[in-house]
Design a protein around this ligand. Structure first.
Ligand code: FAD
Length: 486
């Protein structure tokens, strides 16, 4: 439609949708075109899973709390939004992390990269593992690489290379923080393709991860020209919490019309030849009955919601195969005076075999100095994982009691919290099944050929981390424009 603005509907106002909207406007500007973007979300606020509560001087994250600094898309977005001065890193004095083993906290052996040992001595000395377990891990240096090029589960791969003990006691609790999943059900290729690549290239996962570490240390960091106080931190967030990024995006997207509290319930593709009339390529029906005309649509809703929108048009088995796990977190604030425990690290993770209610605990006030007033303590306990989700729906008092029992038994904390914030995130953690990349690629190829201008993206596809979602939003914007205009 020469001479007329390009109309886009972005379905979902989480970070993937917000990034899509942001980069659609950017792409339009680069191409010297005018774009009208409408963002639709059933929630009354933007941000999706991102949800920061600022309360009594605390910055409390109810969803994600930070991001991996080495992943550039989020740093680039922060630069574009002019908020890099708000970035903060973790407290350098709280680097230590722990794993619960037989009811006791054990320091994580130094040199673990995503649960993979890259330094031998601390690993051998650690009493987290039996001698048999350590020996099995050592066999990684001698086992030939698998010649199979297909996908396999992350758990099978790690057991194959390092033995089930390292997988269950170290890797699973660490990686479960990202997926809340069972490693034996997650796709290796869709979660940690670098593991397979390390095995393939170096004949050993440990050797390969060591080489990756050296390479990463030598490469120019995405954080290179950030302030010294943050640039060495592995994780980052913003002084005012992740909502700082939402506030900045909200401002940058001032020209985007928001339909909040409204759901996209269906969309229709029109026949371009209809009586030679000027019909829009697509129409999106909203729960209010309103119909939005669109040249392009970016769907960023979770896979189960996206499946409802796409099912009338095509086979959506690939979306239905993505199971979502429910989790909750219980944040507790204390007076430092009453607390009675000093933290020397940033928290601990819990392997399944320990049988506690909590799956991990972040010593938030120690890890993130901006999160709490100096005379207060903030703790965040996580519950729920694949195979143990009922706990998420315990009534508040029972959930709090179970969490407090765990922290009393593990850390001896008996102090009464000043307040407790419980957040339940039902069906919030997508579990990429084995074959995920191949199946979703087929769906997307079909979508591209049959419905040019309709893009499906977000945490259900190529990575759940905030930087991955931002990258996918950018790819969606570029991709939609390309399929419309070339
Ligand atoms: P969402 O945020 O889920 O947004 C999708 C939106 O689509 C929702 O707002 C929904 O209301 C909307 N929607 C659904 N159906 C429709 C419809 N029919 N019409 C219109 N809109 C619709 N990542 C990190 O990098 N660091 C962390 O520390 C971290 N911690 C996490 C902790 C938890 C508890 C969880 C759950 C996730 C965490 N993640 C973390 C992952 C990350 O937060 C998410 O992957 C990311 O926020 C997902 O963004 P999204 O926009 O793809 O999806």
């Amino acid at each position: 439609r020469e001479g007329q603005p390009d109309r886009f509907v972005v379905i979902g106002g989480g970070i993937s949708g917000l990034s899509s909207a942001f980069y659609l406007l950017r792409e339009a500007k680069t191409r010297r075109r005018e774009a009208i973007v409408t963002l639709v979300d059933p929630s009354e606020r933007i941000g999706g899973k991102i949800n920061t509560l600022r309360k009594n001087g605390f910055v409390i994250e109810k969803g994600p709390d930070s991001f991996l600094s080495r992943k550039t898309p989020i740093i680039d977005l922060a630069r574009d939004l002019g908020i890099t001065h708000e970035l903060v890193g973790t407290n350098p004095a709280a680097k230590k992390t722990y794993i619960l083993h037989n009811g006791k906290l054990h320091p994580m052996p130094p040199g673990l990269v995503l649960g993979i040992p890259t330094e031998i001595l601390p690993f051998v000395k650690s009493n987290l593992l039996s001698w048999g377990g350590k020996l099995q891990a050592g066999l990684d240096f001698f086992k030939p690489a698998s010649k199979d090029t297909g996908d396999e589960s992350l758990g099978d791969f790690l057991s194959r290379r390092l033995g089930p003990e390292v997988m269950e006691r170290v890797a699973e609790p660490l990686l479960a923080g990202i997926y809340a999943g069972e490693l034996r059900k997650l796709s290796l290729q869709a979660t940690f393709p670098q593991f397979r690549e390390a095995e393939r290239k170096h004949g050993s996962l440990i050797r390969g991860m060591r080489a990756n570490k050296r390479k990463a240390a030598a490469a120019p960091a995405s954080t290179a020209n950030l302030p010294a106080a943050v640039k060495d931190s592995v994780f980052m967030t913003f002084r005012g919490g992740l909502a700082t990024m939402l506030d900045a995006l909200n401002e940058a997207l001032a020209g985007v019309e928001r339909k909040l509290g409204v759901k996209a319930v269906a969309f229709r593709q029109n026949d371009p030849d209809t009586d030679g009339q000027d019909v829009p390529p697509y129409e999106v029906l909203l729960s209010t009955g309103e119909v939005l005309e669109a040249d392009g649509i970016v769907i960023t809703a979770p896979a189960f919601d996206a499946a409802e929108l796409l099912e009338p048009h095509m086979n959506v088995d690939a979306l239905k195969a993505i199971r979502y796990v429910s989790v909750a977190n219980v944040v507790m604030a204390f007076d430092k005076e009453d607390f009675g425990v000093e933290f020397d690290g940033s928290g601990f993770v819990v392997p399944r075999s320990e049988g506690t209610t909590i799956t991990a605990c972040t010593w938030t006030s120690a890890k993130w100095l901006h999160s709490s007033p100096r005379n207060k303590v903030l703790l965040r306990c996580y519950v729920g994982r694949s195979g143990d989700e009922e706990v998420v729906d315990l009534p508040d008092d029972q959930l709090t009691a179970a969490v407090r029992r765990d922290i009393r038994e593990v850390m001896g904390i008996t102090a009464e919290p000043l307040f407790t914030e419980i957040t339940r995130l039902h069906k919030s953690m997508p579990q990429y099944p084995v074959g995920h990349l191949q199946e979703t690629a087929k769906l997307r190829t079909k979508l591209r050929s049959e419905m040019p201008g309709v893009w499906i993206t977000g945490a259900a596809f190529d990575g759940v981390g905030l930087p991955d979602c931002i990258r996918q939003g950018k790819e969606a914007a570029v991709g939609v424009y390309k399929s419309l205009i070339g």
